[in-house]
Write a protein that binds this ligand. Structure first.
Ligand SMILES: Cc1ncc(COP(=O)(O)O)c(C=O)c1O
Length: 352
C-alpha cells in the first residue's frame, strides 16, 4: 500500500486498480442533501437499507465500514482469535495477509496456480484445512488475476470450511465490475451461513473517496463487527454516508460510465496481450485488472524502465508473491490505457 501511495503515480498510471475517479459535480448532489451530524448508532439507516437491498439480504446482516479494507479487517478480527489458523489464497491482495498477521492469526496459504489461470481449486482448500482453521480467505474476482470463482467451486470451499467449523471470507470488491458490465455475478453471501463477503463502491464505480464499504455476515458476527468498529472510527463521516446514499440511488448511471470505460479498455488490453509473444495472460473477461507473466527478461527491470524512461507504472508481481508477473490495471481513462500500453510495448522491446 505504501508503494501504491508513494510510487505508483505516473502520467500513464496502469498501477492503480480503481476506476477513473467519478466527479462530484456529476453526482447531482445539492447542499440540502448533505448534513454534518446524524443521530446514528450502528450505521446510518438509509444507507444500511440501500446496502441491504443491493446485497439482497436483511439489514441485520450488513455492516457498513470504511472501505473494503476496514470491512476485511473487521471480519478477520471478529471471526478469529489470536493463534487461530486462517487459510489465505496465494497469490492475493497482500493486505489481507498483512492484516491477518497483524492480528496474530496463524496464516497458512493455499495455491491458485498460474498454469491453471489462477482458478480457485476447492481441492486445494480441502487439502489444507485443519481442525484449527477458523477462516478461509479468498478474493472473487481474484486479485491480481481477475479469475472468476463460480458458485459451485465456492460451495465446495464452503463445505470444506463447514466441515471443520470455519467460515469463508470472500472479498468481492472486484465482482462489482461484473455487475457494472450487466453480467450476473452471484454474491457468495447467498451460498450459506459460513460465507462472509466484503465489498465497496471504491473500485468499479470510481467512488473511492466515499470509502463506502460493507460486509455481509450472519447477524451474530455482524453485531460483533459493529462492536469492534467502536474501537476504531465509532461512526463514519456523515457527509460521506449521505453522498453514498445518493450514489447508490444513482448507481445505474454511475455504472453506465464505468461500463463504457471497462468495455473500451478490455478491447484495447486484449488486442495488446494477444499481440505480445513475450507475455502470457488469459484474456480480460469482465475484470478490471490483468496479471501477465513476462516470458523474457526480468519484471523488476521492466517496471524500472517503464517508470524512468516511459512515464508509466504497473505493479510488480512481487507484491503478490509472484515475481515473474506484473499487474496491469484497466480502470483508467481509455486514452491513459492506450498511451500506457504503447509505452509498455516500447519498454518490452528494449533489451534488458
Ligand atoms: C482485493 C482487495 N480488497 C480490498 C481493497 C481495498 O479496497 P477499499 O478501497 O474498498 O478499501 C483492495 C484494493 O486494492 C483490493 O484489491
Amino acid at each position: 500500500m505504501e508503494w501504491a501511495k508513494l510510487h505508483s503515480r505516473a502520467r500513464f498510471n496502469l498501477a492503480s486498480s480503481g476506476l477513473a475517479a467519478f466527479p462530484l459535480a456529476e453526482l447531482g448532489a445539492r447542499i440540502e442533501d448533505l448534513e454534518i451530524n446524524a443521530d446514528g448508532a450502528y450505521g446510518y439507516p438509509p444507507l444500511l437499507e440501500r446496502l441491504a437491498r443491493k446485497a439482497g439480504v436483511e439489514a441485520d446482516r450488513v455492516v457498513h465500514a470504511i472501505g473494503t479494507s476496514m470491512a476485511n479487517f473487521l471480519v478477520l478480527a471478529a471471526a478469529a482469535d489470536p493463534g487461530d489458523e486462517v487459510l489465505i489464497e496465494e497469490p492475493t491482495y497482500s493486505l489481507l495477509v498483512d492484516a491477518a498477521r497483524w492480528l496474530r492469526l496463524d496464516v497458512r496459504r493455499f495455491p491458485r496456480r498460474a498454469e491453471d489461470g489462477f482458478r480457485l481449486d476447492p481441492r486445494e482448500v480441502e487439502k489444507a484445512v485443519t481442525p484449527r482453521t477458523r477462516l478461509v480467505v479468498l478474493t472473487n474476482l481474484h486479485n491480481p488475476s481477475s479469475a472468476f470463482a463460480p458458485p459451485e467451486d465456492l460451495r465446495a470451499v464452503g463445505e470444506a470450511a463447514r466441515g471443520v467449523g470455519a467460515r469463508v471470507l470472500v472479498d468481492e470488491v472486484y465482482l462489482e465490475s461484473l455487475a457494472v458490465l450487466g453480467r450476473a455475478s452471484g454474491s457468495a453471501a447467498h451460498l450459506g451461513p459460513e460465507f462472509v463477503v466484503t465489498s465497496s463502491l471504491t473500485k468499479a464505480y470510481g467512488l473511492s473517496g466515499l470509502r463506502c464499504g460493507w460486509a455481509v455476515a450472519d447477524p451474530a458476527l455482524a453485531h460483533r463487527m459493529w462492536r469492534l468498529n467502536d474501537l476504531f472510527g465509532v461512526n463514519a463521516a456523515h457527509p460521506a454516508e449521505r453522498l453514498s446514499v445518493l450514489a447508490l440511488d444513482r448507481l445505474p448511471r454511475i455504472a453506465a460510465r464505468a461500463r463504457r470505460i471497462l468495455e473500451t479498455n478490455a478491447d484495447g488490453a486484449n488486442a495488446f496481450l494477444a499481440a505480445r509473444p513475450d507475455l502470457a495472460c488469459s484474456p480480460v473477461d469482465g475484470g478490471m485488472i490483468a496479471f501477465p507473466r513476462l516470458l523474457r527478461g526480468d519484471v523488476e527491470s521492466l517496471c524500472r524502465r517503464l517508470r524512468e524512461r516511459h512515464e508509466t507504472t504497473v505493479v510488480p508481481g512481487r507484491f503478490f508473491g509472484a515475481p515473474g508477473h506484473f499487474r496491469l490495471a484497466l480502470g483508467c481513462l481509455p486514452e491513459t490505457l492506450e498511451g500506457g500500453l504503447e509505452r509498455l510495448a516500447r519498454a518490452l522491446d528494449e533489451a534488458d
